[in-house]
Write a protein that binds this ligand. Sequence first.
Ligand code: C2O
Ligand code: CU
Length: 544
Amino acid sequence: ARIRHYRWDVKYEFKSPDCYKKLVITINGRTPGPTIQAEEGDTVIVQVNNSLITENLAIHWHGIRQIGSPWFDGTEGVTQCPILPGDTFKYQFVVDQAGTFLYHAHYGMQREAGLYGLIRVKPREPEPFTYDYDRSIILDDWFHKSTYEQAAGLSSIPFQWVNEPQSLLINGKGRFNCSLSPIAGTCNATNPECAPYSQTVVSGKTYRLRIGSLTTLSALSFQIQGHKMTVVEADGHYVEPFEVDNLFIYSGETYSVLVKADQDPKRNYWITSNVVSRNRTTPPGLAIFNYYPNHPMKSPPTPPPTPPAWDDVKPRLAQSLAIKARQGFIQKPPTTSDRVIVLLNTQNTINGYRKWSVNNVSFSLPQTPYLVALKDNIKDAFDQTPPPEGYDSVHYDIFSVQNNTNATSSNGIYRLEFDSTVDIILQNANTMNKNNSETHPWHLHGHDFWVLGYGNGKFDKEKDPKNYNLENPILKNTVPVHPYGWTALRFRANNPGVWLFHCHIDSHFYMGMGVVFAEGIDRLGKLPSSIMGCGETKTFSFHH
Ligand code: C2O
Ligand code: CU
């Protein structure tokens, strides 16, 4: 195993990813940031310098379990204090699983300013499929308002929603219609910064595309005109291969697909991303699938393919159900669980503020990171009352607008018995708008979970567990709960630390859509003093 050392300078710069010039956060001058490349078992060290001048920072390594290094999960308020402007912070962790992972800012809604990238970990063993070339595609949605303006709007009365993204980016490139730009000189359609991404391919060759979504809001449908894709990896685990025309991908998910360049090589084809699950007003994200030797920027001769209907849940549920662990690589889940926690996802109003809640509790982050508070037994650092294990499933109607006026705000946590098996049932419901239920991609830090099942309507705790897939469930770290549906997960609480579990939609988490699990704290050694310095740990960093 090797050590992979990175030095990152994080700062604000003016960029035009979609031709519209705005302030973005770059790593060493780039957004998306550099790809971390390592081999299974390597140690990655990232020395982050916060040059944002007036803004705090924390970076999360999404999909890396941080076994033995829970303090380097990069979750502000949970595992560390923010990195102050001018400070340097050293992340150090082992990449113990091969596959495709992500990294991104985990302070406020900072991710949407462009601080994100990919982690690619090569396996030590040969892979169960072959390809000629290995390429990366990062999908994002892009907003022109600043992160601060968005966040302030969400916590204002009257509520100001972030609205739909201005454009969709593929590998950091998009295209905003400059004639819609309100300010002269800020949008330039011929700026080379917003020239579309072009993936050159050679006829007859097979390409592995590692596709990751870091959208702030949008669920996406990804497509390569005229080409089939074979799904082979999801969140770092091999998938029993299946073929798709378009891939649905939710924020925080990664997939590898195999694509054979087997179409007419005399032309180029569109690569597209489109919003699904929200009434799309954003034009498609466009890139070019370029057959060598055609010019890489030559527009394909036919229009981009028609995307799936935004409100059709069926094909999305079907894809979710199709993702199974690959034969020969199945890690079976425990057949029973020790605890079942049901998490009802709802929208609420608390004192006039619009919130998202789980079992009617809207999550807020504490000033003192949980990890330090729990290790050093600082009881007043957060609410000691644990959040509810479920909701009143007998009386709650998930199909209509409910009067959730009993919602509260809390930073209480679930304490899990070390090494116990925990089931999570994500239960979706109607929002505060009539006939509306959204898709929420839930991401668990510190673990992979088995996806045991999905269903429509209200989860039935007698009937539905009988249909759980205990034979070949996929292990993932991010999973959608579909509109008016439920999703069942199982994981082992065997990673000492404090772990966030939250909706990966920036604004939803910001508005309270998350919970925290703590396990095995007594097994942790001394915490690094670099994670302290805020809340009730202010003086600690001097003692240590
Ligand atoms: Cu990728 Cu807590 O997030
Ligand atoms: Cu959500």
